[in-house]
Write a protein that binds this ligand. Structure first.
Ligand code: NDP
Length: 398
């Protein structure tokens, strides 16, 4: 990744380029044209968006996951010299292209296989796709070690923990506390939550993100998923992981040490800061993130999450404690329930209820077994989606 004048040119691929994280990444690329060279970009079905990004950033390859998008993409990119492909194998091919860093920003468990392909290249993976680690944490981390891949967290809380831990020894860390904004419904009572609509849940107070993670923030499942993610990324046990609601989203994580010190990382809520760190570490690069003015902010506040109104964190903790395939069941059930909510087929409070029903049903069967291979995780993921759909049917949802 070396280039002249003491600066590196980094060959970069972005899986999920058309999404919120993908576009923030490419915004940074556009601000540092001498530093980055784009290799492969992927999307699911947004052919127009992908073609525009591929042309603007002079990508070498553009891949759309949905095979039906192939003809349109090929047409949009004809004459550009950009290699075009479509389908699941093509995603893996894009992830496997020679690159110095792959940004894994596909949403959901759909990102697992292509992200693993990037991991197996043994280069740097900037990981936004937390569902990978939730569904397949142990197996995923085993592959990271085997390939000697640098795995850099993009999630702001984990980027913060990564920075606050630095070179500290595991034995010195007492606890990691992730912060949560509390989402748009932080102060809503049970009756209002019951009637909450997708358009209300999609109005996040601090962050501009894709639809799925925005709903996860509203249910607080996002924090549950992040606790599981942290368990796999950092040298801590479940009991050392905690979270606290911090509505201003300025402090992203706190790491407590055995001597009573607490190190926190702060920044305005803008994903370009943690993305930039994952791309440039151990260096840092300029970002347009609004600079913090603590006096202007005046107050930073913290409160305990309310488990009664937001049971998702408890569900995630239960799945994390159960281990094996339980987190994969939690993740798959949540993805199905979130989609049903976004399509107005279930209510807001049905999301954790469906996840809970699935975890209960799975715990008494073979679904929550120990897993030793990625194919087994993929099978559990499929079966858990089926289970979640049957739970929706039981609730009378078409
Ligand atoms: P978006 O929904 O904005 O973007 C998702 C991206 O993945 C799009 O490029 C989409 O393509 C693509 N995609 C969707 N489904 C598939 C599929 N089945 N196969 C291949 N590609 C697919 O999501 P975000 O950018 O918000 O989030 C991405 C990941 O990053 C998530 O795991 C999220 O939890 C995590 N994250 C996001 C943060 C944020 O601020 N947004 C913060 C921290 C973590 P298309 O556009 O064609 O649909």
């Amino acid at each position: 990744m070396k280039a002249g004048a003491g600066q590196s040119v980094q060959r970069l691929s972005v899986l999920g380029a058309t999404g919120s994280i993908g576009q923030s990444t490419l915004d940074l690329v556009g601000r540092h044209p001498d530093r980055f060279e784009v290799v492969a970009l992927t999307a699911n079905g947004d052919v127009k968006g992908l073609a525009e990004l591929a042309i603007r950033h002079r990508a070498k390859m553009a891949v759309v996951a949905d095979p039906e998008g192939y003809q349109d993409l090929a047409k949009a990119l004809s004459g550009t010299g950009i290699v075009v492909a479509a389908g699941g194998d093509a995603l893996v091919e894009a992830a496997s292209q020679p690159a110095d860093c792959v940004v894994a920003s596909i949403v959901g468990a759909a990102g697992l296989v292509p992200t693993l392909a990037a991991v197996r290249q043994g280069r740097r993976v900037a990981l936004a796709n937390k569902e990978c680690l939730v569904a397949a944490g142990e197996l995923f981390m085993r592959e990271v070690s085997a390939a000697d891949t640098e795995l850099l967290p993009v999630d702001s809380e984990h980027s913060a923990a990564f920075q606050a831990i630095g070179a500290s020894a595991a034995r010195d860390i007492e606890a990691i506390t992730l912060t949560a904004s509390g989402g748009p419904f932080r102060n809503w009572d049970h009756e209002r939550l019951k009637a909450a609509k997708p358009e209300q849940a999609l109005r996040h107070p601090n962050w501009s993100m894709g639809a799925k993670i925005t709903i996860d923030s509203a249910t607080m499942m996002n924090k549950g998923l992040e606790l599981i993610e942290a368990l796999h990324l950092f040298p801590v046990t479940i009991s050392q992981l905690d979270c606290v609601v911090h509505p201003q989203s300025i402090v992203h994580c706190l790491v407590s040490y055995r001597d009573g010190s607490v190190l926190a990382q702060m920044a305005s809520p803008d994903m370009r800061t943690p993305i930039a760190l994952a791309l440039s570490w151990p260096e840092r690069i300029d970002t347009p993130t609004k600079r913090l003015d603590l006096a202007e902010l005046g107050q930073l506040t913290f409160e305990r999450p309310d488990d009664r109104r937001f049971p998702a964190i408890r569900l995630a903790r239960e799945a994390m404690a159960a281990g094996g395939a339980a987190p994969a069941v939690l993740n798959a059930a949540n993805e199905v329930a979130v989609m049903a909510f976004l399509e107005n087929r279930i209510g807001f409070l049905d999301i954790p209820a469906v996840v809970s029903d699935c975890l209960d049903a799975a715990s008494s069967g073979a679904l929550c077994r120990a897993v030793d291979h990625i194919d087994e995780i993929l099978a559990v993921d499929l079966a858990a989606r089926e289970l979640a759909r049957s739970m929706l049917e039981k609730r009378g949802v078409a």
